[in-house]
Design a protein around this ligand. Structure first.
Ligand SMILES: Nc1ncnc2c1ncn2[C@@H]1O[C@H](COP(=O)(O)OP(=O)(O)OP(=O)(O)O)[C@@H](O)[C@H]1O
Ligand SMILES: [Mg+2]
Length: 369
């Protein structure tokens, strides 16, 4: 199955209204051929609706959807040549694995003589060779998931859409499947649009992540971009494990957090309401090996919690502000674990000092540095 015809996708000013609900609000998004893009956002933000507009299950109220150079806005789903994996897998329980995987070939009336080889190849792709004759009820959750994937790929679609495909699996299987899906994507080279509300999953798997909120596209970017350069406090709170603290601008590269002056490597916006987004893993205990020029904060230890492979410290800054930090526990093993009540200095590198405008606060974009 190497002859995948890679196509890009273009969503142009798509809106979808259900009565008074604007499920999609003027979304424009281009996806490159072969790209893996995740749609990430809270419940009700429009992820499934946007995927539906791509798949042909949702008719936009306005705007257009393009696959390659074809306007597919009004094309029915079965003509779009798209593989779809639904959240519930939607396998046919009364059919065998082989019959399930062959179903799209039957539906597309492809020559019956080609089915066995295609089914064999699709099952090999998801490492389920020899499972053709099994019943669906005789499979584990992860195996069912792989059958659903094989069924979505068997007719060599130009685009694969997946809606929370791993949400029913337990954590361990989910992580295994994430890696398998990534490898599969590399092998196939197909364009994939993947819906999830799990930020870690989105960041693990995707070339780019699109953040949705209230039917709007807030930001799209590579995982590092979203981490290091979130557009506003909504994106910052959604990506990584961060605390948002109000700060005031001092100049183009510094802000005031209570009595502390912090330096940021990136230009500080002139937006009137700014927040420091501190990611728990970016705060480091000062062991005096850190160079000059880093930000130092004096605080007191409130609580120390082991979380398996990491250790979480809950801290209080001198002005009473609460923050927390997380360090790998093996790393801390060489250091003295600070007792509760102890004073401590933590370090935040200017590169990791991320200042964002408060989301939803209207301010002319032109004034934002
Ligand atoms: N068929 C429908 N009729 C009316 N409203 C709908 C319909 N489908 C979706 N909506 C509304 O559109 C908005 C977006 O829904 P959507 O299913 O796209 O959200 P989602 O991001 O997929 O959420 P979740 O994470 O809960 O699956 C929601 O407010 C939802 O109630
Ligand atoms: Mg959904």
């Amino acid at each position: 199955m190497s002859e995948y015809e890679n196509v890009g996708v273009s969503i142009r000013s798509v809106s979808k209204r259900y009565g008074n609900t604007l499920a999609l609000d003027d979304i424009t998004l281009d996806i490159e051929p072969g790209e893996f893009v995740s749609l990430l956002g809270p419940s009700g933000s429009g992820k499934t609706t946007l995927l539906g507009a791509l798949g042909g299950f949702v008719m936009p109220s306005s705007g257009s959807v393009w696959i390659g150079d074809q306007d597919v806005t009004y094309m029915p789903p079965h003509k779009r040549n798209i593989g779809v994996v639904f959240q519930s897998y939607a396998l046919f329980p009364h059919m065998t694995v082989g019959e399930n995987v062959a179903f799209p070939l039957r539906a597309r009336r492809l020559p019956k003589s080609t089915w066995p080889e295609r089914v064999r190849q699709a099952l090999a792709m998801v490492e389920l060779e020899g499972y053709q004759d099994r019943g669906i009820s005789q499979l584990s959750g992860g195996q069912r998931q792989r059958v659903a994937l094989a069924r979505a790929m068997v007719f060599e679609p130009r685009l694969i859409l997946m809606d929370e495909p791993l949400s029913a699996l337990d954590k361990q299987l989910r992580e295994t499947m994430q890696i398998e899906l990534r490898q599969l994507h590399r092998k196939l080279g197909a364009t994939i649009v993947y819906v999830t509300h799990d930020q870690r999953e989105a960041l693990t798997m995707s070339d780019r992540v699109a953040i949705l909120k209230d039917g709007k596209l807030v930001q799209i970017g590579a995982p590092e971009t979203l981490h290091n350069d979130p557009k506003d406090s909504f994106v910052a709170s959604f990506i990584g494990d961060s605390t948002l603290l109000p700060v005031t601008r001092v100049d183009a590269h510094s802000v005031k957090l209570g009595k502390f002056t912090l330096h940021s490597a990136r230009p500080v916006s002139t937006h009137p309401e700014l927040l420091l987004a501190v990611q728990t893993e970016k705060l480091l205990i000062d062991d005096e090996r850190h160079e000059a020029g880093v930000n130092r904060l004096n605080c007191r230890v409130r609580e120390v919690v082991y979380q398996g492979d990491s250790l979480r410290l809950f801290l209080e800054l001198e002005d009473g502000t609460h923050i927390s930090l997380r360090q790998p526990s093996h790393h801390l093993g060489q250091q003295k674990i600070p007792p509760i009540g102890e004073s401590l200095t933590v370090v935040l590198h200017p590169e990791d000092t991320i200042i964002v405008p408060r989301a939803g606060c209207q301010y002319p974009a032109a004034n934002v540095a």
